[in-house]
Design a binder for this molecule. Structure first.
Ligand code: ASP
Length: 586
């Protein structure tokens, strides 16, 4: 018998999907939705009853009035099916429920879309009736998987001594590089709260407050363009700890993601490899390299050091070997060239490696013998391969080839297992803005790398781009799961950082005065991390879009077709808030 006590309520005795042959003869009371009804004879029908555990077939007298998605309570006896009626495709296919008494608990209108899981349903329609979509096997599985992920993460953090603390939603701004969502204040008309882009400042204050280890499964809100892996609202495991090094943080987070992965797959991932940001960019052309497959970028600058071919007289030449890619047609190669140009390259050079090793390429005639053998050697070329070369500024060449690598070699994101990777030693600054001020790569509370501190005093702002930070990212199958850093805990270094970023003393005091003040009262060295639970759950669920693991997501344009949000508000409410709307821009 498979009696699941969790199923027992005042209404029912068992779950539909759990009944098996060894339950034969038991009288059961089941509750669920009509999944399908098939007439058997004039009076008898098969009614498939569904709850979140699965479907069971009930043999029902006079079922004419029962329609799909009616909610029923069925009392009946578990009966073995005859050998020729066993359904191997159904978890409960060896049995059916007979002698059924049926009570209709709720009726249902005809549905706006087919819920058979086989019909492709327009996503807007699914989201508009998300409560129906949630009944699907896929969504039930994903939501339950996500719940297991959350609970495994909580368990792992608690076991490591982290304390769950809720930080506020109505706050002053926390800079994470996105736009804030703002909430007008009724008590102070003309003033606004920001919704948290992350709990960053509060978790650092918790460290000053002696909490030692903080975590939160935190909702964060960022007003930025939506994509397959991005929503306005998302959930992170957010953590911070005192008196720790980067290695300590990586170990804490590894525990959490390993526990989550194990909770879903039953297997604990092995040690997570590390790669420096610099290596990631040189070898994969990306700060979130997908290491499930090879096809690494190869350095060819040396090979062309004295070239007479103008197109290769560039600061960097990088190449990519596409094994067996020589079969690509001219049209396909033209398409790749167009893509490379869209991604910013001046052009793309292709070469097909022929039997015997000679290179077939429109540019072959411009290259010396030595250059041709050099390319083949450095790229380890074999007959039948396609070689792609980009000559450009270093950053551009690796970016474009990194994208071509993904285009030509990347398996679907949900195949080939789970390849976690730590990317460490991120640069402190991403670029210089139009005033020559550096733009932080992470947030402005990130500690510079100890060996690069002296570079902060450079007179030449371009030197700043060489400064490494104590910041690190976690990636999975080419998705960025999250990032963190060792923080600046000394007010003098923090002020220096603000100055470098062009944040004047007044502005720094206005925006972060409370943090700077807190740091003057004994701030422990601290470090932390946050990773996206939506993204982790998406990949663990084998999905490609985070909307599939979010109960009530927004569409690509940030709308909620279910509730109609965002909506207008009453003029009276606007008045109360001291707000007046401008006429719509034409
Ligand atoms: N607050 C950062 C973020 O949300 C993570 C961190 O540095 O802890 O990306």
């Amino acid at each position: 018998m498979t009696v699941n006590l969790a199923a027992r309520t005042a209404h029912r005795s068992d779950f539909c999907g759990e009944l098996q042959a060894n339950d034969e003869g038991r009288e059961v009371v089941l509750c669920g939705w009509v999944n399908a009804r098939r007439e058997h004879s004039q009076h008898l029908a098969f009614v498939d009853l569904r709850d979140h555990t699965g479907v069971v077939q009930c043999v029902v007298d006079n079922a004419h009035d029962l329609r799909n998605e009616y909610v029923l309570r069925v009392t009946g006896v578990v009966t073995k099916r005859t050998v020729d009626t066993v359904n191997p495709n159904l978890g409960t296919g060896e049995i059916e429920i007979k002698e059924c008494e049926v009570e209709v608990l709720s009726t249902a209108e005809p549905l706006p879309f087919q819920m058979d899981g086989r019909t492709d349903v327009d996503e807007n329609l699914r989201l508009r009736h998300r409560y129906l979509d949630l009944r699907s096997e896929r969504m039930q599985r994903n939501l339950r998987l996500r719940s297991r992920v959350n609970s495994a993460i909580r368990g792992a953090m608690e076991a490591q001594g982290f304390v769950e603390i809720e930080t506020p939603f109505l706050i002053a701004s926390t800079p994470e590089g996105a736009r804030d969502f703002v909430v007008p204040s009724r008590h102070s008309p003309g003033q606004f709260y920001a919704l948290p882009q992350s709990p960053q400042l509060f978790k650092q204050l918790c460290m000053v407050g002696g909490v030692d280890r903080y975590y939160q499964i935190a909702r964060c809100l960022r007003d930025e363009d939506l994509r397959a892996d991005r929503q306005f609202e998302f959930t992170q495991l957010d953590a911070e700890a005192s008196f720790v090094s980067q290695d300590d943080v990586l170990a804490f987070v590894t525990e959490a993601v390993a526990a989550a992965t194990e909770a879903v797959t039953g297997e604990r991932p092995g040690e997570i490899p590390r790669m420096t940001w610099h290596d990631a960019m040189e070898r994969y052309g990306s700060d979130k390299p997908d290491i499930r497959f090879g096809m690494e970028l190869v350095e060819l600058t040396e090979v062309f050091a004295g070239t007479g071919f103008n197109a290769f007289k560039a600061p960097a030449v990088k190449g990519l070997r596409v094994p067996g890619g020589a079969g690509k047609t001219r049209k396909q190669l033209d398409e790749l060239t167009d893509k490379a140009k869209q991604w910013g390259a001046k052009g793309l050079v292709w070469m097909k490696v022929q039997d015997g090793g000679a290179l077939n390429s429109p540019v072959a005639k411009f290259l010396s013998e030595q250059e041709q053998t050099g390319i083949a050697k450095v790229l380890d070329a074999e007959p039948g391969d396609l070689l792609l070369l980009v000559a450009d500024e270093r950053a551009k060449a690796r970016h474009v080839l990194g994208l071509l690598r993904l285009e030509l070699g990347r398996p679907p994101v949900n195949e080939g297992g789970f390849s976690f990777l730590w990317v460490v030693d991120f640069p402190l600054f991403e670029a210089l803005d139009e005033h020559g001020s550096p733009i932080p790569a992470h947030h402005p509370f990130t500690m510079p790398h100890e060996d690069d501190m002296a570079l902060l005093d450079t007179a030449d702002p371009t030197d700043l781009l060489q400064v490494r930070s104590q910041a690190y990212d976690l990636t999975l199958n080419g998705w960025e799961l999250g990032s963190g850093s060792v923080r600046i805990h000394r007010p003098d270094i923090q002020s220096r950082m603000f100055a470098l970023l062009g944040i004047g003393e007044d502005e720094a005091r206005r925006k972060f005065g409370f943090l700077l003040d807190a740091f003057t009262y004994g701030a422990p060295p601290h470090a932390g991390f946050a990773f996206g639970i939506d993204r982790l759950a998406t990949l663990l669920a084998g999905e490609e879009n985070i909307r599939e693991v979010i109960a009530f997501p927004k569409t690509q344009t940030g709308a909620d077709p279910l509730t109609g949000a965002p909506t207008e508000i009453d003029p009276a409410h606007l008045d109360e808030l001291g707000l007046r709307l401008l006429p719509e821009k034409q």
